[in-house]
Design a protein around this ligand. Structure first.
Ligand SMILES: C=C(O[C@@H]1C=C(C(=O)O)C=C[C@H]1O)C(=O)O
Length: 329
């Protein structure tokens, strides 16, 4: 599956490329997604009450909403939204979004036509159905301000439209380098090359549109989860600025990775997502009578593997990448 923005050869979506390369490769060279301004303009009073769309409905850590210019706004406590506990609660909430939508997607076949860049059948559009859907969704969501929120990252930044609503004012809690970090290309490749072919059965069941809608929701949630690494990194930096600054100045990526890794937290993430996949994915009979060995809609190990091999490593890679730029002027 072609990464957004690239112009790959037409591939057979069913032939899963043997992705030997790490999804973490090329992170340094990732182009900027979009730039949220260093200081956002104050919108009219109504703007502060309008939350841009978000995958989980959770609040961006730096959506420390300013007072609307008319006054009367309530200012959140920045130290609370930037606490590791609060950020981890958001990551936990995103687990539900990711797992529920993987379950939704798993009910459909692979449906290769959704990913065939020559078969969308959409007049005037040069790309696949999934590209059409995500580009269109992102255009619309950009118009209502989604990508002005610093916890949202588009897959097709070059296609976005200007907002039609006044901007919510965000207080910047991240270093401005955050604006240049976008790993959605890697997320796209991991999802289509590694995860999706394992999640669903081969072939077509006629549900291309439904499959692509699920894909879009999952991709947005994965993207949000992984880019949250920047808030995690900021919180960790603020907890121990001296320790982190030394490693940043030495450009010691291994040291940074070691410092920000919490193995016990990762283990509890894996335990929790396994349990959620088991619980949410359990088939309940129509009369809800207890079943001795209830079938599962999705293999829980797949979710554990997703977190272990891709989501947590990519989140940490974003953390390192952000920290390396944390002291830039
Ligand atoms: C996100 C964090 O940083 C790291 C990444 C984790 C993850 O992606 O879930 C978990 C623990 C840490 O090793 C964190 O500390 O919460």
């Amino acid at each position: 599956m072609a990464s957004p923005g690239s112009t790959p050869p037409v591939d057979s979506p069913l032939a899963k490329p043997q992705s030997t390369s790490s999804p973490l490769a090329n992170l340094q060279g990732t182009p900027a997604a979009h730039h949220f301004p260093a200081s956002l303009r104050l919108g009219p009073a109504v703007a502060a009450s309008v939350r841009p769309l978000s995958a989980s409905g959770s609040r961006a850590p730096d959506a420390v909403l300013s007072k609307p210019s008319g006054g009367g706004g309530k200012k959140s406590d920045e130290s609370d939204v930037l606490s590791l506990d609060s950020i981890r609660r958001t990551l936990i909430q995103l687990e539900d979004t990711i797992i529920f939508n993987l379950l939704e997607r798993s009910q459909f076949s692979y449906n290769p036509a959704a990913y065939d860049r020559n078969a969308s059948g959409i007049a005037g559009f040069n790309g696949s159905l999934i590209e059409y859907l995500i580009q269109g969704t992102e255009k619309l969501h950009a118009m209502v301000g989604r990508y002005k929120s610093p916890d949202e990252h588009p897959f097709f930044p070059e296609k976005l439209l200007e907002p039609v609503l006044p901007s919510v004012q965000y207080k910047n809690v991240l270093h401005h380098a955050a604006a240049s970090i976008n790993v959605n290309k890697q997320i796209w490749d991991v999802y289509f090359d590694d995860l999706l072919p394992r999640l669903v059965g081969e072939g077509s069941d006629g549900n291309c549109g439904s499959s692509a809608c699920c894909d879009a929701t999952i991709l947005q949630a994965l993207s949000k989860r992984i880019h949250y690494g920047m808030f995690v990194a900021e919180a960790k930096f603020r907890e121990s600025p001296d320790k982190y600054s030394a490693a940043i100045k030495a450009k010691d990526e291994d040291k940074l990775m070691e410092m920000l890794t919490y193995k016990e937290v990762e283990e509890s993430v894996k335990r929790r997502v396994r349990f959620k996949a088991l619980t949410f994915g359990r088939v309940v009979g129509s009369d809800a009578s207890p079943m001795a060995d209830p079938p599962l809609k999705m293999e829980p190990d797949l979710v554990v593997e997703l977190y272990d091999k891709w989501l947590m490593p990519l989140t940490k890679e974003v953390e390192v990448h952000y920290l390396l730029r944390r002291l830039d002027n």
